[in-house]
Structure formats: structure tokens, C-alpha cells
Design a protein around this ligand. Sequence first.
Ligand code: SAM
Length: 208
Amino acid sequence: MNQDEIRARVRTYYTQKLEQYGQTPRGVDWNSEDAQQVRFTQVLSICADDPGFTLNDLGCGYGALVDRLDLLPGFASYVGYDIATAMIDAGRTRYGGRSDVRFTEVLDDVPISDYTVASGIFSVKGDVPVDAWARYVHDTIDLLAALSRNGFAFNCLSGFSDPERMRDDLYYADPHALFDRCRQRYSRNVALLHDYGLYEVTIRVRLD
Ligand SMILES: C[S@@+](CC[C@H](N)C(=O)[O-])C[C@H]1O[C@@H](n2cnc3c(N)ncnc32)[C@H](O)[C@@H]1O
């Protein structure tokens, strides 16, 4: 299966979630707002202490991250990118009047920013074969790196989850392998966060 086909499936999946549940955590397939916010805390730890930064949000959904960025003193500007047009429309509706917030579904319109984060884009593989999904994940992490000057962060379901709770339609990464890949490919400054109570890992990469 090629990556355009994968992206088409992902687009359909999330468009249906938004249609069903609207601009809510469930509308981007999270179980709860608490879990959505815990994930935001982890990925934003890449930039939370930076006194002045720009940020891309890859797989932005309806843009809920913007409300968290507004609480950070160093936040300067945001670009949200999503492959689902309905998500981009929702983000524009929510934050349309702002000059520091922009949404796009065109990858070429995403600038290189200080940081790029991605929360929740690697989990739902549906019936895509694991090998093809893993390649897609790796290529997308390359994209996160290419779009970032100072660093990037993303999350992924953890292969250390309880086997009886793991599902065939979800993708679980080996946290050690992800860490090693990022350390060898992008930077020596990599953090593996696996201590925030979800069956997940967040990888944080500070670029040299
Ligand atoms: C689980 S939702 C999370 C949305 C948002 N990050 C949040 O936490 O509220 C994943 C979102 O990423 C988008 N997405 C998935 N894969 C993507 C990709 N490769 N490129 C851009 N967007 C993607 C989906 O359309 C969906 O809106």
C-alpha cells in the first residue's frame, strides 16, 4: 500500500470522527479532554521554557493546542496542518480572527518553524499492514525534523502496553527503537518520555 492510499484512509477516518462528535476531544478520537491535555503537556515540553518561539502542529485537528500555547509566555505564532479539510475548516472557524494563528491543508505552505509537534497521528493504522505503516511513521518523523529549526516532539502508542489490551487496528512502536532511530538520525539530544500514565511514549528531539 502506498503512502497516498494510507493518507486517504487516515483522512476519511478523522473526517468521520469530526462529523460524528464535532469540535471536541472525541471529534479527534481522544477518549477524554484530560488525556488530550496530558499529551499536549508532553509534546509542549520541547518549547515550554523558550522565551520566544514559532511552532508547527502537524495533525492539528481543530486546533485545540492553540489554547495551551496561549498560556506560554514565549509563544509567538502557530501553523496548524492537517490532511483532513474538515479539521482545517474547524480550526479556521475557531481562531479565524487571529494574525498569529494559521491553518493549512497544503504541506508546501507549512514553514520551517522553531518547533514542530505531532500528537496522535501515528496510532490508528486501521488495516494498513504494519510494515507499510512503520515506513509511513518514519517518513513522517523525517518531515517533522525537516520542518523544525530547534526541535520537535511526537507521541506514539507504546509497545510496552499490556498485550491483552493491544488492538490490531492500532500501531504500537518499540520505544527503544524509536529513541535509537531519532538519536542516530537527527540529534544526540533526545528524550524518551514514558511516565505520564498513558500507554504511550513521547519522543522529544532537540536539534543540534
Ligand atoms: C488524534 S487526532 C489529534 C488532533 C490534535 N493533535 C489534538 O490532539 O487535538 C489526529 C489528527 O491528525 C491528522 N493527521 C493524521 N495523520 C496526519 C498526517 N500524516 N499529516 C497531517 N495530519 C494528519 C488527522 O486528520 C487528525 O485530525
